[in-house]
Design a protein around this ligand. Structure first.
Ligand code: NAD
Length: 500
C-alpha cells in the first residue's frame, strides 16, 4: 500500500502541498503504517473547482446513465469487498467480519442509489386551470461536501456519495484523517465505474479543509457525520454561509430491560452491541437500564463472565470478537472516562484498563478490555458524555416508568432499545420516547438503506435524515413549472421506440 497518502482531485491522485501531514496508525500493532496529507485552503478550492466543472456535465447526464454508473460501481466494490475490508480493519481496528459489514452496509445504499430514476420523478397535475399543466422536477444542487468520521470508513462515505452522485451532484469528500485508505479507493472505483473525473474528489485533512468547505460559496450543501461539538460547528458555520446542512453527532444509547424480557437474548444483545467494534459505534448500546434490583443483580452476574471472556486481539485474527481502539489518543480518552466513573462513585465491576493482548508481536496495539460499571447515576458526567469505547454502564431503575424516562431525558437521542415480551409496553415506548431510532428486542436498530437514518436532539442538527428518500430530498431541490401551450404537434413521425 502507498504509505504517502495525498488527495484525489479531478480523477487523479495528487500529493499534498501544505507541508502538514498526519499519521495513519495500524491500531493492531500500534505502528504508523502511512501518513496522510492535510489539505490547505488552496488545495480544497482546487477540488471544488474541479467538482464544479464536472457538475455541469454530470448533472446533464440522463438519470438512467447515472444509475448505470451506480450499478457498475456496485459491481466493482462487491468485487473487491474483501480487500477493502482488510484495509479498513487494518486502519480502524475493527475485526475483519465487522469490516465486511461496514462495506456491505455502504453497498446497501448503492443498491438504493441504483434505483435513482424512480426517486428523481417529479409530480404532474394535468389541467389545473383551462389549458394549464403544473409539474415539478428534482434538480441536483451542484458541488456538495461529505465529511465523515473514522468509525465507518466505507459505509458513511457511501451513504452520502452514493445518493449525492446518483442525484447528479459532484462531491468533495473529506474523510476522517484516521482512516483515509478506503475512501480514496472508493473514489478510484467511482471513476472506473464511469463517473467523469471530478464527480468524486477526496481531500484529506483537518479543520482547515472542513472550514474551507463550509465557507466556500460554490459548495451548496454539507453532509456531516461525527462528534456533536464538531457537528454543531459544521451546522452553524455551514448554514451561516447559506448552505443546506445535515450534521449527525454523537450518541449515548440506552437499552431498557423489563423484568419479563428473555435474559439470554438480553445478555447476547448487550455483549454484542456494547462491545462490538470496541464500542466505537454511534448505534452501540453502552447503557443498560434493568428494572428492579433483582433483575439488575441477575444481569450483572451473567454479564461479568461474558465480558471477561471477550476475545480481544488483532483485527485480522478471525478468532477475535473485537480489536483495538483506533488510536492511542482515543485509548487515553476512554481510560479517562473509566477513571472518572470510579471517581464519581460508580461501581467498576469489570476493569478493562490493564488488558494485555496475548498475541505475540502486538503488544504495542491500542487494546482495551471490556469494562462494566454498575450503579451509574444520571448525575454522573461519565453517564452524560459519550465514551465511545468498550464500556457498559448499568443504571438501575426502580420502575418501568423511571427506566423509559432516561433516554428521553438524555441530551443525546440517536438510538434506544427496549427488551420485553409485553407488546403494549414496547408499543408505548416506541411511540413516546424522544429518540430518533428505536429497537424492540433489537439491540442495534440501524434502519436499512431504503429507510432513513437520523437521531434527535444533540445527535443530529438539521432536519433531513441520511439516505432513503430523505437523502434524495437533501441532495436535490424542487423546481415547479406552470405551463400553457397554444397547442399543435411539431415535428414529423418517428417509427423507432424512444430510448435514453
Ligand atoms: P470527529 O467529530 O472527531 O470527526 C468527524 C470529522 O470532522 C472528521 O472528518 C474530522 O477530520 C473532522 N473534524 C475533526 N475536528 C474538526 C474541527 N475542529 N473542525 C472541523 N472539522 C473537524 O468524529 P470521529 O471521532 O471521527 O467519529 C466519532 C464520532 O462520530 C462519535 O461521536 C460518534 O458517535 C459519531 N458518529 C455519529 C454517527 C451518527 O450517525 N450520528 C455515526 C457515526 C459516528
Amino acid at each position: 500500500m502507498n504509505t504517502d497518502l495525498g488527495h484525489f482531485i479531478g480523477g487523479h491522485h495528487v500529493a499534498g502541498t501544505s507541508g502538514r501531514r498526519g499519521d495513519v496508525f495500524n491500531p493492531s500493532t500500534g505502528e504508523v503504517q502511512a501518513t496522510v496529507a492535510f489539505a490547505a485552503r488552496a488545495e480544497v478550492e482546487a477540488a471544488i473547482a474541479d467538482a464544479e466543472t464536472a457538475f455541469a456535465h454530470w448533472s446533464a447526464t440522463p438519470v438512467v446513465k447515472r444509475a448505470n454508473t451506480m450499478f457498475r460501481f456496485r459491481e466493482l466494490v462487491m468485487g473487491e469487498q474483501e480487500s477493502l475490508a482488510r484495509m479498513l480493519a487494518s486502519q480502524h481496528g475493527k475485526v475483519f467480519a465487522d469490516a465486511m459489514g461496514d462495506v456491505r452496509r455502504g453497498l446497501d445504499v448503492i443498491d438504493f442509489a441504483c434505483g435513482i430514476p424512480h426517486f428523481m420523478k417529479g409530480e404532474y397535475s394535468n389541467n389545473v386551470s383551462t389549458g394549464i399543466d403544473l409539474y415539478s422536477m428534482r434538480k441536483p444542487l451542484g458541488v456538495v461536501a461529505a465529511i465523515t468520521p473514522f468509525n465507518f470508513p466505507a459505509m458513511i462515505p457511501m451513504w452520502m456519495v452514493g445518493v449525492a452522485i446518483a442525484c447528479g451532484n459532484a462531491v468533495v469528500l473529506k474523510p476522517s484523517e484516521k482512516t483515509p485508505g478506503v475512501p480514496l479507493r472508493l473514489a478510484e472505483l467511482m471513476v472506473e465505474a464511469g463517473a467523469p473525473e471530478g464527480v468524486l474528489n477526496v481531500v484529506n485533512g483537518d479543520k482547515e479543509a472542513v472550514d474551507t468547505l463550509l465557507e466556500d460559496p460554490r459548495v451548496k450543501a454539507v453532509s456531516f457525520v461525527g462528534s456533536t461539538d464538531i457537528a454543531r460547528h459544521v451546522y452553524a458555520t455551514g448554514t451561516a454561509h447559506g448552505k443546506r446542512v445535515q450534521a449527525m453527532g454523537g450518541a449515548k444509547n440506552h437499552m431498557i430491560v423489563l423484568p419479563d424480557a428473555d435474559m439470554d437474548q438480553v445478555v447476547d444483545a448487550l455483549i454484542g452491541s456494547a462491545f462490538g467494534s470496541a464500542g466505537e459505534r454511534c448505534m452501540a448500546n453502552p447503557v443498560a437500564v434493568p428494572v428492579g434490583d433483582d433483575l439488575a443483580d441477575a444481569l450483572v452476574e451473567r454479564l461479568v463472565p461474558r465480558i471477561q471472556a471477550l476475545k480481544i486481539g488483532p483485527s485480522l485474527d478471525a478468532e477475535m470478537d473485537l480489536g483495538p481502539l483506533v488510536t492511542d489518543a482515543h485509548w487515553q480518552r476512554v481510560k479517562g472516562y473509566i477513571d472518572l466513573g470510579v471517581e464519581e462513585g460508580a461501581e467498576l465491576v469489570v476493569d478493562g484498563r490493564d488488558y494485555r493482548v496475548p498475541t505475540q508481536g502486538y503488544e504495542k496495539g491500542f487494546y482495551m478490555g471490556g469494562s462494566l460499571f454498575d450503579r451509574v447515576t444520571p448525575a454522573m458526567t461519565s453517564y452524560q458524555d459519550e465514551i465511545f469505547g468498550p464500556v457498559l454502564q448499568i443504571v438501575r431503575a426502580a420502575t418501568p416508568e423511571a427506566a423509559v424516562r432516561l433516554p428521553s431525558a438524555h441530551r443525546y437521542g440517536n438510538g434506544t432499545s427496549i427488551f420485553t415480551n409485553d407488546g403494549d409496553a414496547a408499543r408505548e415506548f416506541a411511540d413516546k420516547v424522544e429518540v430518533g431510532m428505536v429497537g424492540i428486542n433489537v439491540p442495534i436498530p440501524v434502519p436499512l438503506a431504503f429507510h432513513t437514518f437520523g437521531g434527535w436532539k444533540a445527535s443530529a442538527f438539521g432536519d433531513i435524515n441520511q439516505h432513503g428518500e430523505a437523502g434524495v430530498r437533501f441532495f436535490t431541490k424542487t423546481k415547479t413549472v406552470t405551463s400553457r401551450w397554444p397547442g399543435g404537434i411539431r415535428g414529423g413521425a418517428d417509427f423507432t421506440i424512444p430510448t435514453a
